[in-house]
Design a binder for this molecule. Structure first.
Ligand code: COA
Length: 216
């Protein structure tokens, strides 16, 4: 698991590493901050994947699933080894930080959320948490419950992203207590990206251990 400080990422020369569709996407984003964050996250992702796969960052080809999940076109194509095990990754960014999960144990999903004020915390919890999740506390409408709400929210998104579904499922049916989605079980755990943030990662198989690094 990589924690990426987007404000510390050097963009110098990085624009050339991006594909034409990534550059076009950056241009479509509203606001210089959003554009810089997207670019920095993709430049960092390419540099990271390049280290693992021994392929130049600009040469990494990405394709997208039905709901937009990016994946490597030739997942095991490190060093020309056609029989290398597939390589999986997923990326999430929020409030100047990003998380990038990488591995070879199967599909992976990651989410980071800045813990921020919510206009309607009570209705959000009622509509999007499962009955078991709601029962974890009785004060969802209060400020005190906010970190827990975002912790559960990050777990939901990590599960949905591992399955490549994005927010295409009713969130109250995503079971973050058992780590189940559409009858399938996932390994799911919390990640602590830093003060004021919540995070989670889900993977098709339980890793023997999860190592954490910082980028750059
Ligand atoms: C995926 C999704 C949950 C991301 O939510 P978010 O909290 O706003 O954003 P995050 O920062 O956590 O994740 C964004 C990253 O996840 C990845 N991602 C995008 N779609 C994904 C999906 N379906 N599954 C897993 N990962 C996905 C991308 O790397 C993206 O980063 P990018 O901005 O560099 O492209 C949300 O965008 C979504 O539901 N998308 C689906 C939209 C859809 O169904 N589209 C269908 C037509 S393509």
């Amino acid at each position: 698991m990589w924690r990426i400080d987007l404000s510390a990422c050097d963009e110098t020369g990085g624009g050339e590493l991006l594909s034409s569709d990534e550059r076009a996407r950056a241009e479509r984003l509203v606001g210089a901050k959003a554009r810089a964050r997207f670019r920095r996250a993709r430049i960092s992702l390419r540099r990271l994947l390049s280290e693992y796969l021994q392929v130049a960052p600009a040469e990494l080809a990405l394709e997208y699933g039905e709901h937009g999940k990016p994946r490597l076109v030739s997942p095991g194509a490190g060093d020309g080894a056609a029989d290398a095990p597939p390589f999986f990754f997923n990326l999430s960014h929020s409030g100047g930080l990003a998380l990038c999960a990488v591995g070879q144990l199967g599909e992976v999903g990651v989410d980071i959320e800045r813990i921020r004020p919510l206009s309607y915390p009570g209705p959000l919890a009622r509509d999007h948490l499962s009955p078991e999740e709601r029962r974890l506390r009785s004060d969802w409408e209060t400020e005190a419950a906010r970190p827990e709400f975002f912790r559960i929210w990050a777990r939901k998104e990590a599960l949905l992203k591992a399955a490549g579904l994005g927010l295409s499922r009713p969130l109250d049916r995503v079971d973050t207590i058992r780590g189940e989605l559409d009858g399938r079980s996932w390994w799911l755990t919390d990640v602590f990206p830093g003060e004021g943030f919540a995070g989670a990662v889900a993977c098709a198989r339980r890793p023997a251990s999860m190592r954490r690094w910082s980028w750059p």
